[in-house]
Design a protein around this ligand. Structure first.
Ligand code: ADP
Ligand code: MG
Length: 695
């Protein structure tokens, strides 16, 4: 047995490393500052920087970087060597407190949605001491937030940290009403389950579409798909499990507790679930995890695909964001309590989430909207684009009983009275829980299932924290002067439930009837990303994010620009890649094959006069006709790409969605038909079948 404990977290400057290496008073002060979310004193920073540097050098690091998360959704770093010249050709390995707490990346190439142009400001990064520094590729990575000098936020981390502050403050105030005076902070926790595909690197390298866009833009269905039997998996399993073991080890060194689960529904699809942790740490860990998944895959001769929909007709990949609230006294606020007193508090937090999700369906939808995820949401494999919540029968029944003042059926109890009755046990995470719901209560947490596999989990959690903070703040206002708290909570839970219960749907979200039902309930159905983005700047949303200081209006506008820009660029790259593949690879291959068939017919007719050669002639005709439609569709696509130059912003995004993507489907139709009748050896790409069954 391998001794995991001996190396778990060895590449992280975690609490234990700090305690061991920092002078006692420095350690205590650092903890205090972090605990209270205050700014770091420069003396403390110097001391921490020194200890961190020594630790990093001992562990093989030569460089350091402020590791940050610009709005591209991936991480960025600029490496600096620790080396400082010391005269006489000697060097010193230096790292000061200043360098620890603040950095100035040359950030001109990161999206800012016009902010930097307006303020002509450079950006700086600032250490987030609540997330541990770690070593990756011989570089000490210091998790940081990224802002412009005029203070506008340019990353995903800062708003997340602000939202965590907001929800903590509101939750604490409310808990104090319930007499929980000892609670000083409430932390949001997240466990992000990550799905991914592994294919053979050799296949990957033969496909421009995978290389440039992360998904296959052409590719006919494999004769064998999801109904793969175990026998077939034998050899594959050995290679994949070697990969998973290796990945686990790398993650453990970084203190990421990965418990790997095996195969998913689709062939070659797998899932990795870490143990949950504080949200900002979970965000960082998920980013590192995605990066390592790719890197380790490469070592094993695999390519790891994190795109939401690499293969048409095969289940795509998502990310499940498990979310809850925990007090600094160790209580999970979404855990139904065991005493009558606690059930009022639990139900209050529960309806706070229900109210938030109902009121800000659009913001949640925006937070998971991307060109990649559009290929998946609403397909009958992933949650639909309609946001609804699953509570399960027990909880729904309890809330209904509170609302109607009637008995909770089947439990022989009179009207459910908060603070008087104990809640019946809420079944947690049983196998029959609803897997089709976008936002499901799973016993002691909510699971938001609409995230795409390539997403940073920062945005969805920023939105979630902020909107729930708003509910809690409203509740506090209403309850703070209540004479009879129990009665006031009872009334509030009842009213909130009645106002927002339309968002709860315990049925099958994949059923076509749900679309009509949701429309009747007045729920939003924002089918595409550009449509979702258009709701981002609604006044109520600007108000919400402004109210808690998450984004000001300038930042909201800049984010809106960036969302549209990233969407349009993604579609543009896909379209250009597709045109290129057709012109440079597919059409030439088809021509060659048709030409070979024609020569074969000709030479056989020379041997036997008037030989019919029906099969070949039929093939030549079919190939030529399909090739004509393919080229026609591709030329049309090229025209649309040219035309797109006259649009910008949201109009461009809508144009890409409406015109370019649908024309890409047309191109694909002909290409996929061609693939089916082409000689295997002449088709320029590995087929779906070859990619799925690669041993
Ligand atoms: P599954 O969804 O496969 O049944 P689990 O219920 O064990 O798995 O957990 C799924 C994910 O939810 C894991 O990443 C786990 O760490 C996370 N999780 C469990 N409890 C919480 C919590 N209180 N807050 C946030 N995430 C949690
Ligand atoms: Mg799950």
């Amino acid at each position: 047995m391998e001794d995991v404990a001996s190396y778990f977290g060895c590449l992280v400057f975690n609490d234990e490393a700090m305690r061991l290496r920092l002078p006692k008073d420095v350690y205590r002060q650092l903890k205090k500052t972090v605990g209270e979310g205050k700014d770091l004193d420069l003396n403390i920073a110097n001391s921490v920087a020194h200890a961190m540097k020594c630790w990093a050098l001992e562990n093989g690091a030569t460089h350091y970087t402020h590791w940050f998360q610009p709005m591209t959704g991936i991480t960025a770093e600029k490496h600096e060597a620790f080396i400082t010249p010391a005269g006489g050709g000697r060097i010193l390995m230096e790292f000061s407190g200043k360098e620890l707490i603040k950095g100035e990346p040359d950030a001109s190439s990161f999206p800012s949605g016009g902010i930097r142009a307006t303020f002509e400001a450079r950006g700086y990064t600032a250490w987030d001491p609540t997330s541990y520094a770690f070593i990756k590729d011989e570089t000490l990575c210091i998790p940081t937030a990224y802002c412009s000098f005029s203070g506008e936020v340019l990353d995903k981390k800062t708003p997340l940290l602000r939202s965590m502050e907001a929800i903590s403050e509101e939750a604490v105030r409310l808990l104090h009403l319930f007499g929980k005076e000892d609670v000083r902070r409430v932390i949001t926790t997240v466990g992000a389950e990550q799905e991914y595909f592994l294919i053979d690197k050799k296949d990957y390298e033969r496909r421009k579409d995978l290389i440039y866009t992360g998904r296959t833009l052409v590719g006919a269905r494999s004769p064998r798909g999801q109904e793969l039997d175990d026998h077939y998996f034998g050899a594959l399993r050995t290679r994949v499990s070697a990969y998973m073991k290796d990945l686990d080890r790398e993650l453990w060194k970084l203190g990421i507790y990965a418990k790997t689960s095996h195969n998913e529904a689709a062939p070659c699809q797998h899932e990795l679930a870490p143990v949950f942790t504080t949200t900002n740490v979970a965000v960082d860990q998920n980013q590192v995890m995605m990066e390592l998944m790719k890197k380790v895959a490469d070592r094993h001769g695999f390519a790891c695909l994190l795109h939401e929909k690499p293969f048409k007709g095969v289940n795509g990949s998502g990310k499940h964001n498990n979310w809850s609230l925990k007090t600094d006294t160790g209580v999970n606020l979404l855990e139904p309590g065991e005493s009558p007193k606690d059930n009022a508090q639990f139900l209050l937090f529960l309806v706070a989430v229900i109210k938030a999700v109902d009121e800000y369906q659009d913001l949640l939808r925006v937070s998971v909207a991307s060109a990649g995820n559009d290929q998946r949401l609403g397909g009958y494999e992933a949650p639909p684009a309609i946001i609804s919540m699953f509570l399960g029968d027990e909880l729904t029944e309890i809330l209904e009983a509170i609302a109607s003042g009637s008995a909770v059926t089947g439990r022989g109890r009179s009207q459910m009275k908060l603070g008087v009755h104990v809640l019946p046990p809420i079944p947690r995470d049983t196998t029959d829980r609803n897997r089709t719901s976008p936002f499901a209560f799973t016993g002691n947490k909510f699971e938001f299932r609409m995230l795409g596999s390539s997403f940073s989990v920062a945005d969805p959690n920023t939105m979630l924290n902020t909107m729930v903070a708003a509910s809690l703040a409203d509740f506090y206002e209403e309850l703070k002067d209540a004479k009879d708290l129990n009665q006031a909570v009872q009334d509030l839970v009842k009213r909130t439930w009645v106002e927002h219960r339309r968002i709860v749907f315990n049925g099958n979200n994949y059923a076509p009837e749900w679309v009509d039902e949701a429309a009747k309930r007045g729920l939003l159905n924002l089918k595409s990303s550009p449509e979702a983005y258009d709701t981002f700047l609604l006044q109520k949303n600007i108000d919400l994010l402004g109210r808690f200081g998450i984004f000001n209006s300038v930042e909201m506008h800049s984010r809106y620009e960036i969302l549209n820009e990233i969407y349009s660029k993604t579609v543009h790259i896909e379209a250009v890649t597709l045109v290129d593949m057709v012109n440079k690879e597919i059409v030439p291959s088809v021509s060659r094959y048709a030409g070979a068939l024609a020569s074969s017919v000709q030479s056989r007719r020379e041997a036997v006069k008037d030989l019919p050669c029906k099969a070949e002639c039929g093939r030549i005709e079919a190939l030529s006709r399909l090739c004509d439609s393919l080229v026609e569709a591709t030329d049309r696509l090229q025209c649309l790409i040219d035309e797109s130059a006259s649009f910008k912003g949201s109009d461009l995004a809508h144009f890409c969605q409406r015109s370019i993507l649908s024309q890409m489907d047309e191109v694909r139709k002909s290409a996929d038909e061609l693939e089916l009748i082409m000689d295997r050896g002449q088709w320029p790409y590995p087929t779906y079948g070859e990619m799925f069954f690669y041993m």
